[in-house]
Ligand binder design. Structure first.
Ligand code: A3P
Ligand code: MG
Ligand code: MG
Length: 379
């Protein structure tokens, strides 16, 4: 059921996909299926992987009388990691689930990656200056995608300037100050130890709770793994779909003038929407902070309503264009990534929306799959 252009004759040399004019992505919106969680996993504070929900947290509104995001910065434990996250742990999780599932097709799909990569692709029509480069391997009819380290990502990585490191801390600190480990209904008073303790918890970016979901965009079947910040309530047991309980937390600069409004709507809301929409997270809670990192108010956004906020405004973005672009791009990708070989790779690169996206076959090197996945991922 793949497009007919998947012949060996097309496989050599460079392939290009043009983004402009964006008008060609207008029209009826491609169908995006409600993502369904197929498994979840956690990383503990030493970055060990566990196939369970031990790091799942619940949302509990932060105490705005005492919400200084710089607090505790000196004790910040930052994950040691050079470059973008490979997809190995996602593949380990998928192999683990497939082994325990009666559904032989549980992980059968067209594309597998982290949600962050799908977010980058979805936002690409409106991306002016954040180039990306991806690596891809086709194995058993599935394209596995991960991000490549480039000069650009090195320069813009988390700790590249002290200010950037502090601002990145603010995001994690906001998560700590807005979440608890027990159910919100179990909190009975404002001096509950859980609420006292969360203010002093050492921020450790190794810790994550992740959800893996299956969905499709048009005819492209997708599986993605994503970090989930917290839940609003008890997690329903699978096969009930828990994604409707998930919440994304964000921080953003307080909006003081028209320029702030424009930047928030044009850049931040696009990313907030794309990130949460892709994995089916229905709510984004934003902590607005001043230049010293003090959160003064919190605002909730329904993910599905975000595109309506910017609709028709000058110089903004259009969710339909993003989805139709991604749909066409994935369809095209599946016609040019055709050498089914777990040891080979392709490089996919984007520099600017006014230049074509390029796909180049790299031969037998830089496979996205680790040796251990070759057998374990066979369904
Ligand atoms: P903010 O988004 O509030 O700035 P996420 O929002 O995706 O759950 O990520 C949580 C926090 O991790 C972010 O909070 C930010 O502080 C930090 N973070 C995520 N991606 C980052 C990046 N590429 N560079 C620096 N910090 C990043
Ligand atoms: Mg997060
Ligand atoms: Mg977040």
């Amino acid at each position: 059921d793949y497009p007919q252009k998947r012949t060996k004759a097309d496989t050599q040399g460079l392939n290009q996909f043009s983004i402009h004019p964006l008008a060609r992505f207008n029209g009826p919106c491609s169908t995006y299926k409600q993502p369904v969680e197929i498994m979840s996993f956690s990383y503990d504070n030493e970055r060990n992987l566990h196939m369970d929900d031990r790091e799942l947290k619940y949302y509990y509104p932060p105490d705005l009388k005492d919400c200084n995001l710089s607090h505790g910065y000196e004790t910040f434990v930052q994950r040691e990691q050079s470059g973008p996250e490979p997809i190995h742990s996602l593949l380990d999780a998928l192999a683990y689930s497939q082994k325990r599932s009666a559904d032989k097709n549980l992980i059968k799909t067209d594309l597998i990656s982290w949600r962050g990569i799908f977010t980058k692709i979805l936002c690409t029509p409106y991306n002016r200056n954040e180039p990306w480069e991806l690596g891809a391997t086709l194995s058993n009819n599935t394209i596995f995608i991960e991000e490549h380290e480039t000069e650009y990502t090195k320069e813009h990585s988390t700790g590249s300037t002290p200010r950037q490191k502090l601002m990145s801390y603010w995001g994690y600190k906001f998560e700590n100050l807005s979440t608890i480990s027990k159910l919100p209904s179990e909190i009975t008073s404002s001096d509950d130890p859980e609420l006292i303790n969360r203010k002093n918890t050492i921020v450790n970016t190794n810790v994550q709770y992740c959800s893996v979901a299956k969905t499709s965009l048009g005819n492209n079947k997708l599986i993605m793994g994503a970090e989930i910040d917290c839940l609003c309530d008890v997690k329903p047991k699978r096969p009930k779909n828990p994604v409707e309980k998930y919440i994304e937390l964000k921080t953003s600069k307080i909006i003081e003038n028209e320029k702030d409004t424009f930047n928030f709507e044009r850049y931040k809301l696009l990313k907030f929407w794309a990130q949460s929409f892709l994995i089916g997270v229905p709510k984004v809670i934003v902590g607005f902070r001043d230049d010293e990192g003090r959160v003064t108010n919190v605002q909730e956004f329904k993910t599905m309503e975000i595109p309506k906020i910017v609709k028709g405004k000058n110089g903004m973005w259009n969710a339909t264009v993003c989805l139709n672009f991604a749909n066409k791009f994935f369809e095209w990708l599946r016609t040019v990534i055709v050498i089914d070989d777990p040891n080979s790779s392709y490089t996919i690169s984007f520099h600017s929306p006014f230049k074509d996206i390029k796909v180049e076959f790299m031969g037998k090197k830089n496979s996205v799959l680790a040796e251990r996945h070759l057998e374990s991922l066979k369904s």
